[in-house]
Design a protein around this ligand. Sequence first.
Ligand code: IYR
Length: 222
Amino acid sequence: MAKADAFIPLDFSPLEEQAMQQQAESFYLQMAKRRSVRDFSDQPIPPSVLEHAILAAGSAPSGANMQPWHFAVVQDAAIKQKIRQAAEIEERELYKHRASEEWLDALAPLGTDANKPFLETAPALIAIFLKKSTIDEDGTKHKNYYTSESVGIATGMLITALHQAGLATLTHTPSPMKFLSEILERPSHERPFLLLVVGYPEEGALVPDIQRLPLEKIATFL
Ligand code: IYR
């Protein structure tokens, strides 16, 4: 049982109804402009932006507050090159052998292939790791809960934070991603969850002409 003295007052500022409506709409309009980008420029990211975006992601709710995530930020050209080489090996397998016809058909509108130059061009790659367990300072290993849900939420918050800070991202999931643990020297109780490519879009970058589903297709109000 949590002790009462382990509780503190909630820091919560209610908004006026009109401000709520305005914020909700303007945030939606800003988020609607987020697109997955595959053509990145090599323009560097200003200091502290990635750090604050990761702190925002780290504020995500998590099972029993275990915070079962690790963010490995790669800006080093040699490490990016290693990641690109390893990812392209897996992607070539995927496009040549592993993916079904149905999968390849679903990917066709995105115009993707096994070439991933953005893994080297973009200024930063953030490899997100999911921690099935955590090893405390004193060496005790404890189990984490609802890890996929927790890391999925934190990743969504990271993408949102980077978008509102004026950066473009690509959620990249080469499969299998074991090579990320090796290249980034992460321990075996962490598994690679997703690779986020971060930077500025190349000038004149194009994105596929695809649409989001309307509200009535994604929600029911009961
Ligand atoms: N990982 C591959 C294939 C791919 C799969 C899905 I599902 C996508 O939404 C996009 C791509 C690639 O990155 O090309």
